[in-house]
Write a protein that binds this ligand. Structure first.
Ligand SMILES: NC(=O)c1ccc[n+]([C@@H]2O[C@H](COP(=O)([O-])OP(=O)(O)OC[C@H]3O[C@@H](n4cnc5c(N)ncnc54)[C@H](OP(=O)(O)O)[C@@H]3O)[C@@H](O)[C@H]2O)c1
Length: 272
């Protein structure tokens, strides 16, 4: 049996992780969310009664909620610990995605607020998560901590394709990659693999409510991606994305050189 703790299972990639991993009855999944009642309702409606699923309240912006979630997880799993900690949750908004570096040039307060908010959630929130849950990972058997990153913060890709959008989001993911590598350096000697994985471009409904300017920006971005990877026909479904990501974290080990690494869903630097 493997035990997973996954953040942000309310929707998107996180919900699909929960769905596919808990489909295997030998697995136990603890999912952390901001709205516990709504997610429990969704799980019951879409997945039915799965006794191997536990939904806990856990907000990356609220240290106390994460601390309580770690205590509740310990009560569920006991001395067995957890095998996989999947830091999937992130602040992803259309504003961060489609706008250009200078877009808030004349609104410095808004720029500061947006930057503080996204770094607070995507970087500091995940540091709290690691600090509180790594003791449980150390008790587990598999000992893997996976952070969902983004190819959007790969410098070679940004430079080659001249990707100027999503600056704050990408910067927060780059900072997260460094945090993951630092924790990896710290815990490698205790056998814990820390790894950042980009899921590729995955359709989760982020493009549903874009303004005409944002749609234009998106079309340009997708065009660049098609030129970079001619096989790319648009974002993949969550159903297709999850097995690829999981097979990459299964293959990765400290021994094979993946400690602290940042890779794509394919386990390399091919981002699509
Ligand atoms: N989809 C893609 O193409 C893509 C590409 C590259 C990287 N990624 C990464 O993949 C991961 C999953 O993204 P997604 O595409 O599934 O996006 P999503 O559908 O927007 O899901 C984001 C999840 O994070 C949760 N979340 C946001 N802020 C939180 C907070 N303060 N505390 C706890 N949970 C919080 C959301 O919960 P609520 O329901 O409460 O808002 C939601 O469950 C993210 O790390 C994202 O950066 C996705």
């Amino acid at each position: 049996m493997s035990i997973y703790v996954i953040t942000g299972v309310s929707k998107g990639i996180g919900f699909e992780f929960l769905k596919q991993i808990s489909q295997e009855p030998k697995n136990l999944v603890v999912g952390l969310v901001r709205d516990k009642a709504a997610t429990e309702k969704k799980v019951a409606a879409e997945l039915g009664d799965r006794s191997n699923v536990h939904i806990l309240h856990g907000d990356l912006d609220d240290y106390a909620s994460l601390k309580q979630a770690a205590a509740d997880t310990a009560a569920i799993v006991g001395e067995r610990g957890i095998d996989y900690l999947v830091a999937n949750a992130a602040l992803v908004s259309t504003f961060y995605h489609f706008d250009y570096p200078g877009v808030l040039g004349d609104k410095p307060e808004e720029l500061e607020e947006a930057a503080a908010k996204i770094f607070r959630t995507n970087v500091v929130g995940n540091m709290h998560l690691f600090n509180l849950f790594v003791p449980l990972v150390l008790k587990g058997t598999v000992k893997k901590v996976i952070a969902l990153s983004s190819g959007n913060c790969d410098l070679d890709l940004i430079n080659e394709l001249e990707i100027e959008t999503a600056v704050l989001y990408s910067a927060s993911k780059a900072a997260m990659n460094v945090v993951v590598a630092k924790y990896g350096a710290r815990y490698k000697r205790l056998g814990v693999l820390f790894l950042s994985i980009s899921p590729g471009a995955v359709e989760v409904g982020h493009y549903a409510e874009t303004t005409p300017e944002q749609t234009q920006s998106l079309v340009g971005f997708m065009g660049k991606l098609s030129a970079y990877a001619p096989h790319f026909k648009g974002p993949s479904s969550v159903e297709e994305a999850i097995p690829l990501i999981r097979s990459t974290w299964e293959k990765a080990s400290i021994e094979s050189g993946f400690g602290g690494a940042f890779v794509s869903q394919h386990g390399n630097k091919q981002w699509l």
